[in-house]
Design a binder for this molecule. Structure first.
Ligand SMILES: Cc1cc2nc3c(=O)[nH]c(=O)nc-3n(C[C@H](O)[C@H](O)[C@H](O)COP(=O)(O)OP(=O)(O)OC[C@H]3O[C@@H](n4cnc5c(N)ncnc54)[C@H](O)[C@@H]3O)c2cc1C
Length: 1021
C-alpha cells in the first residue's frame, strides 16, 4: 500500500523505512533530501527567481545544510505528525530569517539569502508572515515530502513482509481498556486554559522577537522594542508572564488550589491596572500612553473574570489553611517559613524601591535607568513583585501551599534567569532611552539575575532539606519525591503515602550501581517534563489527584494504538516506558507494605496459624493466629515437641568476620552462586591444601539475621540492580541474584534435568561431551536433597484447581503430561511462599547452607563485596585477575593454578570480553521467559500459603513447562496487566487468585557486547 504523504497525527500503518537497516535508511533520506533541496534551490533561484543566494557557495551550503542536517532530525521522529516535522524544520529557519531581516537586510547589507523585489512573495506583508509562508513551504518540501519519497523508495527497494498478525494486540482492546472519567471541566477551567495559552503566545512572540523586531506588524514591533529596550525589565516581564502561565495552569488543573492561585492572578492584574492608570496620568504625552491605556482596559477585563472565578470556586478552596506544627518544631519548616517572610519583604522592598527610583529619579544613573522607562514593562515588574509577595505570604500558611508555590517559584525564576543569561551572553546589556541615548546596566543586571537564582536555589534547597529531615529521603530529589507522592495519591488513598515514599527511597538507597541514580529520572520527568509537553499542564504534583490519574492514563500509560495515533509517537513511547517504570515502583512499594497486606488479606508466614506449630500442617491455613493474652497463655510458645524436628544449626549460615581479598591464590573462583560454590567445594575436596578464594560482587546475608519477609528490602539486597536489570533497550527485565550464594538464594529451587534434545543440541552445536552429566546430577541431587516437593509445601486448593485445569485441557485435545509435584532442593519446605526473597525459613537447601559452609570448612575463603574486573594472560595462561572492592579499592590477585569464572551468564561474558580473550564471548545468550496467567475464583484459595511453584505438567512436544505459580503481593502486583481501578480490584481479590504459568526458553539470540548503553550502562540486548 502507498504510504500517506501527510498525516496530522502519528504515521498510520507499517513504515516501509523500518525494513531497511538504520545506515541504509539514513543514506537514503540524505540522498533524497539532497536531491530535492538541489531542485528546490535551482527552481527558486534560477527557474522562477524568488531568492537571491549571492552565488554558488551559498546555494551549495543550503543544499548541504538541508541534506545533511534535516535527515538527522527527521529520522528519529519520522512517525510523528507531518505538522510537527514541518514545524521543527521551519522554526529555526524562521528565527534565522527574522534575525537576517533585522540585522542585515534592513541595513542594506546582503544576508545569507535575500528575497528578490517585485515577486509575488514580496507582496506578502508583513515580512514576519512572508517568512512564515515561505519557510513553511520549505519545511513541507524538505520534511514530509522527502520522507514520503524515501518511503516510496524503500517500498520499491524492499517490500514489507506480509503481516503475520504478530503486530495485532493479543487481546481485544475492550479486555484491557481502562477508561478513567474526565475530571469536570467547567467554565472557569476553560477561561483559565485560554488565559494560559494567551500568555504562552505572548511569551512566544517575545522570545521570537529577540531575533529581530522589524519584520513584525507595527503593534507587535512596538511591544518587542519596548520590552527589549530595557533588559532588566524584560527579564521581569518574562518572569511575570511565566508566573501567569503557571498560576493559570495550576488554577485550571487543581480545583483545590484554584482559589489561592486565582487570587494571585487577580491581585497581579489589579496591580497592572492600577500601575497602568497611574503612569497614564503621571506621564506627559509620550510613546507609551496608548499602550498603557489599552493594557489597563485588557487587565481590568481580566480582573473581572478572576473575581468571577474566585466567587465560583470559593467552595472548593483548600480548607485547613493553618499550620498545625508548633514554632521551631521542625528546623526545615522554620527555615522555609522564615525564608517566605523574607521573600515577601524583599518583594515589597523591590516594589517600593522601584517606585521611589522611578518617581524621584534620584540615585546613580545606571540604577535609576533600571526602572525609568518604559512604564508598561515597569508595570510588569511591579505585578511580579506583588504576585510573588502574595505567594510568599500564602506560603506561611501551610505545608501544601509551600510545596505548591515552591514548585511555582522554581518554574518562574529559573526560566527568567536563563533568559537573562542569554541576554548577558548576547552582548553588552544597556537601557535604550526614548531620546536615543543608552545606559549600560551590566552590573545591576548581573546582580539581579544572581538574586533571582539565589531565591530559586534557596527555596528548592530548603524543600530538599525538608524531605531529607522530615521524611529521611536521601536518594530522591524533592521534585521526584513529590511525583512519587502524586502518583501514589492518584491511585490510592492518601493514608500510606509517606510510608510508600520512604520505602521507595530506602529501596533505591540499597541498590548498587547506577540504577540508584537513574531511578530519579522517571519520577523527575513525570513531575517536570511530560505535563507541559502534553497539553501545557502544570507540574504533576500541583494537579489535583483526579487530574493526575487522568494524566497518567491518557498521557503516560497509553495503550500502543493510542500512542501510535499521538502527535509524536516517539515521545509518547518514551513517556510510556518511564511512566510504566515509575508506576511499577509505586505499585511494588504499596503492595509490599503492611497497609495493603491487611487490606487484601495477605498474612505473613510468621503470623499464620499453621506456622505456630513446630511441624506445620499442609497449606492452606493462612488465617492469622490469635495473640497470647498473658504469660500463662499456651499461645506464647510453638506447639509440638521440639525433639525429632530438624532445625538447621545457626552456625552453618552465620559467618564470622569478613575477609579481605587475598594477593595470591592457587585457584580463584569468580561468583559464589550455584556454579561457583559447587566448583569451590569440588576443588577443595580434590586438591586439599590448595589456596582457594571465591570473589563475590554481592554482600553476604545470613538467612537468620538479615533476611526478612519485606519484599522491597530483600529485592534490593539480594538481586542484581535491585531487580531492575534491563536490556540495552530497556525492553526486558532479567532477574539475577547478587549476593553470596547468587541465584540459589533467590530461586524457586525447582530442579529439572537437561532434556535429551537439548543435550544433543549442545553436543552438535558446541561439541560438548556430556557423558558424565547423569552421574553428576545424581551426586548433586543427593548432596542437596532433591526430591518431589513435600505436601507441606503444596497448597491443596491450588493443587485441586491445577489438576482440574490440566485434566480439562487434555480432554480438549491438550498434550500435557500428568501433574506431579516439582522436584526441588527443598526437603524442609513449609509453604511460606517466599523463596524468591531468600531462605528465611530454611525450607530449601541453598548453597548458603550446603556447598559454602562445606567448602569453608575445607579452607576456601569467600570474599563478598568485591567485583572481579578482568584477568591478564601471559603465554596462554591466566596470570592474575584485577578486582575492585565496594569502597573503590582496586588490586591484582596473582593466580598460580587456575581462574574459574562463574559470575552468571551476563557478567561472565562481560569479564571474558573485557579481558580480550580470542574466542567469541557473549553470543547466543538465551533466557527463560516466565509467562504466568492470573485466574480469579469465587472462593478464597490463599495461594500465597504454599510454595511459589508447586506442581508441573510438561508439554509433550518439549515446548514449555506448565507450573503453578504465585508471588507475595508486591511481586504479584507487577504481574497483573492493569493499572488503575481494575488493577486495584484484582489485587483486592488476592486471596481468590491463582497463577498458572508457562516457562518458555527463548531463542539463543541474546548478545553481550563491549559497548555499554550510555544511559543504562548495560551491555546486553
Ligand atoms: C527469581 C529466580 C528464580 C529462579 N528459579 C529457578 C528454579 O526454580 N530452578 C532453576 O533451575 N533455576 C532457577 N533460576 C535460575 C538459577 O538460579 C540460575 O540459573 C543459577 O543460579 C545460575 O547459577 P550461576 O552460578 O551460573 O550464576 P548465579 O547463581 O547468578 O551466580 C553468579 C554470582 O556471581 C556474582 N558476580 C557477578 N559478577 C561478578 C563479578 N564481576 N565479580 C564477582 N562476582 C560477580 C553474582 O553476584 C552472583 O552472585 C531462578 C533464577 C531467579 C532469578
Amino acid at each position: 500500500m502507498i504510504p500517506a504523504p501527510f498525516y496530522l497525527r502519528g504515521f498510520p500503518g507499517n513504515d516501509p523505512l523500518d525494513n531497511l537497516a538504520s545506515r541504509v535508511r539514513l543514506a537514503l533520506l540524505i540522498l533524497i533530501t539532497g536531491v530535492v533541496s538541489a531542485v528546490l534551490v535551482y527552481v527558486i533561484s534560477d527557474v522562477f527567481p524568488l531568492i537571491d543566494f549571492h552565488g554558488r557557495r551559498m546555494k551549495l551550503a543550503e543544499i548541504a545544510g538541508f541534506g545533511l542536517i534535516v535527515p538527522l532530525i527527521v529520522l528519529p521522529i519520522r512517525r510523528s505528525s507531518s505538522l510537527v516535522i514541518t514545524l521543527l524544520i521551519t522554526l529555526p529557519l524562521y528565527a534565522l530569517d527574522l534575525f537576517l531581516q533585522s540585522h542585515y537586510r534592513d541595513h542594506g547589507r546582503p544576508a545569507l539569502w535575500d528575497y528578490l523585489p517585485g515577486t509575488f512573495i514580496m507582496a506578502i506583508e508583513p515580512p514576519a508572515l512572508r517568512f512564515l509562508v515561505t519557510l513553511s513551504f520549505d519545511g513541507l518540501v524538505i520534511g514530509p515530502l522527502c520522507l514520503w519519497l524515501s518511503r516510496l523508495a524503500a517500498l520499491l527497494w524492499r517490500r514489507s513482509p506480509a503481516d503475520d498478525g504478530s503486530s495485532e494486540p493479543l487481546f481485544p482492546p475492550e479486555w484491557t481498556d481502562e477508561a478513567i472519567p474526565r475530571p469536570p471541566r467547567n467554565a472557569p477551567f476553560w477561561v483559565l486554559r485560554l488565559l494560559g495559552f494567551a500568555y504562552l503566545l505572548y511569551l512566544g512572540v517575545l522570545l521570537l522577537g529577540a531575533f529581530g523586531a522589524s519584520p513584525w506588524p507595527l503593534p507587535v514591533r512596538f511591544l518587542i522594542e519596548m520590552t527589549y529596550g530595557n533588559p532588566y525589565l524584560a527579564v521581569n516581564t518574562v518572569g511575570k508572564v511565566s508566573l501567569m502561565i503557571v498560576l493559570a495552569s495550576v488554577a485550571a488543573f487543581n480545583y483545590r488550589f484554584r482559589w489561592v492561585t486565582t487570587l494571585g492572578l487577580c491581585l497581579g492584574h489589579v496591580t497592572s491596572v492600577v500601575g497602568s492608570v497611574f503612569f497614564y496620568f503621571l506621564d506627559p504625552p509620550g510613546p507609551y500612553r496608548d499602550f498603557l491605556l489599552a493594557s489597563a482596559i485588557v487587565d481590568a477585563v481580566m480582573v473581572a473574570l478572576f473575581i468571577w472565578i474566585l466567587m465560583r470556586s470559593v467552595g472548593d478552596r483548600e480548607q485547613p489553611a493553618l499550620e498545625i506544627q508548633p514554632d521551631l518544631f521542625s528546623l526545615p519548616t522554620t527555615l522555609w517559613r522564615v525564608s517566605s517572610a523574607g521573600l515577601a519583604l524583599l518583594a515589597v522592598l523591590h516594589l517600593v524601591g522601584s517606585l521611589v527610583l522611578r518617581l524621584t529619579g534620584h540615585g546613580p544613573r545606571s540604577l535609576v535607568a533600571l526602572v525609568q522607562e518604559p512604564d508598561p514593562t515597569l508595570c510588569n515588574s511591579l505585578t511580579l513583585d506583588v504576585t510573588v509577595g502574595l505567594i510568599a505570604v500564602l506560603m506561611l500558611a501551610n505545608r501544601q501551599l509551600r510545596d505548591m508555590f515552591t514548585t511555582v517559584l522554581g518554574r518562574v525564576l529559573i526560566p527568567a534567569v536563563l533568559f537573562g543569561l542569554v541576554l548577558l551572553a548576547a552582548g553588552p546589556v544597556v537601557v535604550h532611552h526614548a531620546d536615543g541615548s543608552v545606559t549600560p546596566i551590566q552590573i545591576w543586571f548581573a546582580v539581579h539575575l544572581l538574586v533571582m537564582a539565589a531565591i530559586a536555589t534557596l527555596f528548592l534547597s530548603i524543600r530538599s532539606v525538608f524531605f531529607n529531615v522530615e521524611y529521611t529521603i536521601t536518594s530522591f530529589r524533592a521534585s521526584s519525591a513529590l511525583a512519587i507522592v502524586g502518583l501514589h495519591d492518584a491511585l490510592f488513598e492518601e493514608a500510606g503515602r509517606a510510608d510508600v515514599l520512604q520505602a521507595i527511597d530506602r529501596y533505591a538507597c540499597a541498590i548498587r550501581g547506577r540504577k540508584q541514580g537513574l531511578l530519579n529520572f522517571p519520577f523527575w520527568s513525570i513531575e517536570q517534563v511530560w505535563p507541559p509537553l502534553f497539553g501545557l499542564r502544570p507540574p504533576f504534583s500541583t494537579m489535583s489527584s483526579q487530574e493526575q490519574k487522568y494524566f497518567v492514563r491518557y498521557s503516560l500509560i497509553r495503550p500502543e494504538p493510542d500512542r501510535r495515533r499521538s502527535f509524536v509517537p516517539e515521545l509518547a513511547d518514551i513517556a510510556h516506558d518511564l511512566g510504566i517504570a515509575a508506576h511499577s515502583v509505586v505499585l511494588f512499594a504499596v503492595y509490599a507494605g503492611r497497609l495493603a497486606h491487611s487490606r487484601i488479606g495477605y498474612v505473613p508466614p510468621g503470623a499464620r496459624r499453621r506456622f505456630q506449630d513446630v511441624n506445620p500442617g499442609p497449606p492452606p491455613d493462612a488465617d492469622a493466629a490469635a495473640l497470647p493474652r498473658d504469660q500463662y497463655d499456651p499461645l506464647n510458645w510453638l506447639s509440638g515437641s521440639p525433639s525429632g524436628t530438624r532445625v538447621v544449626a545457626p552456625r552453618v549460615s552465620t559467618p564470622i568476620g569478613e575477609p579481605v581479598p587475598p594477593t595470591e591464590v592457587d585457584y580463584l573462583v569468580v561468583g559464589s552462586g550455584a556454579g561457583g560454590s559447587v566448583m569451590a567445594y569440588r576443588l577443595a575436596c580434590e586438591a586439599p591444601g590448595a589456596r582457594i578464594a571465591v570473589i563475590e560482587r554481592g554482600g553476604r546475608f545470613s538467612p537468620r539475621d538479615d533476611v526478612s519477609d519485606y519484599e522491597l528490602d530483600m529485592i534490593s539486597k539480594l538481586y542484581k540492580e535491585g531487580g531492575l536489570q534491563q536490556t540495552k533497550r530497556a525492553d526486558m527485565t532479567i532477574l539475577q541474584g547478587e549476593c553470596v550464594g547468587g541465584g540459589s538464594v533467590v530461586n524457586n529451587a525447582v530442579c529439572y534435568r537437561m532434556p535429551d534434545h537439548i543435550r544433543q543440541l549442545w553436543a552438535a552445536e558446541y561439541g560438548l561431551t556430556l557423558d558424565g552429566l547423569d552421574e553428576e546430577y545424581d551426586r548433586i541431587a543427593a548432596e542437596i536433597e532433591i526430591g518431589p516437593l513435600s505436601p507441606r509445601g503444596i497448597n491443596r486448593s491450588v493443587e485441586h484447581k491445577f489438576r482440574t485445569a490440566v485434566t480439562e485441557f487434555n480432554a480438549n485435545g491438550g498434550n500435557l503430561s500428568d501433574v506431579s509435584p516439582v522436584q526441588v532442593n527443598g526437603p524442609d519446605a513449609r509453604g511460606d511462599g517466599l523463596w524468591n526473597l531468600g531462605n528465611k525459613y530454611f525450607g530449601k537447601r541453598t548453597v548458603l547452607e550446603t556447598y559454602i559452609p562445606w567448602s569453608e570448612a575445607r579452607g576456601v575463603q569467600y570474599v563478598p563485596n568485591v567485583t572481579a574486573v578482568d584477568f591478564a594472560v601471559t603465554k596462554r595462561r591466566v596470570e592474575s585477575a584485577s578486582v575492585q572492592t565496594i569502597g573503590g579499592h582496586t588490586q591484582r590477585i596473582r593466580i598460580r593454578k587456575a581462574l574459574i569464572i562463574c559470575a552468571g551468564v551476563i557478567a561472565s561474558s562481560q569479564m571474558l570480553i573485557r579481558s580480550r580473550i580470542a574466542a567469541p564471548a557473549g553470543v547466543g545468550m538465551s533466557c527463560n521467559l516466565a509467562m504466568p496467567v492470573a485466574l480469579e475464583f469465587d472462593e478464597n484459595l490463599d495461594a500465597f500459603d504454599g510454595e511459589q511453584i508447586t506442581l508441573g505438567a510438561m508439554d509433550q512436544g518439549n515446548r514449555a513447562i506448565f507450573e503453578t505459580y504465585f508471588n507475595p503481593p508486591g511481586a504479584l502486583s507487577l504481574m497483573i496487566p492493569f493499572f488503575f481501578d481494575r488493577h486495584r480490584s484484582t489485587m483486592d481479590s488476592y486471596r481468590r487468585l491463582v497463577m498458572f504459568g508457562a516457562l518458555i526458553g527463548s531463542e539463543s539470540n541474546g548478545l553481550v557486547e563491549t559497548r555499554p548503553d550510555f544511559v543504562l550502562g548495560q551491555t546486553f540486548s
